[in-house]
Design a protein around this ligand. Sequence first.
Ligand SMILES: Oc1ccc2c(c1)N[C@H](O)CC2
Length: 115
Amino acid sequence: KHDSPVSCAKKAKTVKAQQILLAELEAHPAAWPFLSPVNQKSVPGYRKVIKKPMDFSTIREKLTNNQYLSLESFIMDVNLVFDNCEKFNEDHSEIGQAGHSMRRYFDKRWTELLK
Ligand SMILES: Oc1ccc2c(c1)N[C@H](O)CC2
């Protein structure tokens, strides 16, 4: 039922790092395409093409509700945001470029924080 103090402290460190990382993503100037769920009613093709929609507000909700059981599952959701963006947008479009920029930033920051 109860974690050992060591694994409890380790889990707290991971949650803290996830909170820091998500706050930095939300505050990034290029975050605007990713802040809230894509309106699938108003974007032709999105529902059919993108099998697993994801965005920063949904990640924030899941983090708040303790739905990330591991660091890996958190990183997978963040990468899903950027993979969806690459699938639906041309690389050199405004949103495509925002996705590449945000992915580079995330890769750099989680490596600095957790590796
Ligand atoms: O021109 C448009 C219009 C709407 C969207 C995109 C591009 N890309 C986003 O990934 C999804 C929403």
